[in-house]
Design a protein around this ligand. Structure first.
Ligand code: ATP
Ligand code: MG
Length: 167
């Protein structure tokens, strides 16, 4: 982004003003700020969902976006693969990188356990990591994670944060 202004509506008041940001491939960027300061709006701007009113923006690559923990009724494995073919190595790597291995051990049928409305109710943190695993398995160029640590403890957050180091 170069001097980008972004606005959710046409009132003329920008939600984000004068944003200059360059993120290079292979880098990990964390955006911190108080509630309502525009962190999610910035991700929306990257997705092209928030109209740009001034400046320049350019985003290249396939994007994976993780927002709220969203689980579909089905097995845990189905929730991660989400229609993609099973690549055992990639799948197991994903589970490990999303700190899900330990959780799977405690589920009655491991990754074949039914979850969601008609299955086991996962904890908030487990749902969040299933979401993360779904994004990671799909091999995007850009991963946008909105508040990915909101439901996990400090230890899990630290190991998730290191996910990028395996890529
Ligand atoms: N979908 C939307 N439509 C219109 N305005 C929005 C929308 N989402 C956010 N806003 C506005 O954009 C501003 C920034 O909100 P945003 O959600 O980006 O903050 P945030 O930093 O992500 O906050 P939080 O930490 O609470 O998630 C707020 O004034 C909010 O009212
Ligand atoms: Mg937000």
């Amino acid at each position: 982004f170069k001097s980008g202004c972004f606005s959710w509506d046409s009132s003329g008041n920008s939600n984000l003003r004068n944003i200059s940001l360059e993120v290079k491939a292979g880098t990990k960027v964390a955006i911190c700020g108080e509630v309502g300061s525009g962190k999610s709006t910035l991700l929306g701007a990257i997705l092209g969902e928030v109209p740009r009113t001034e400046g320049m923006s350019h985003v290249c690559g396939k994007i994976a976006y993780v927002q709220d923990a969203w689980i579909q009724t089905g097995t845990l494995q189905e929730n991660i693969l989400f229609g993609s073919n099973m690549d055992k190595r990639r799948y197991e790597n994903t589970l490990r990188r999303c700190s899900l291995v330990y959780d799977l051990e405690s589920l009655p049928f491991g990754d074949r356990t039914q979850i969601g409305e008609r299955g086991v109710n996962l904890s908030g943190g487990q749902k969040q990591r299933v979401q993360l695993a779904r994004a990671l398995y799909h091999d995007a160029d850009i991963y946008l994670l909105d508040d990915p640590f909101s439901c996990v403890d400090a230890h899990t957050a630290a190991s998730l944060l290191n996910v990028g180091e395996y890529v």
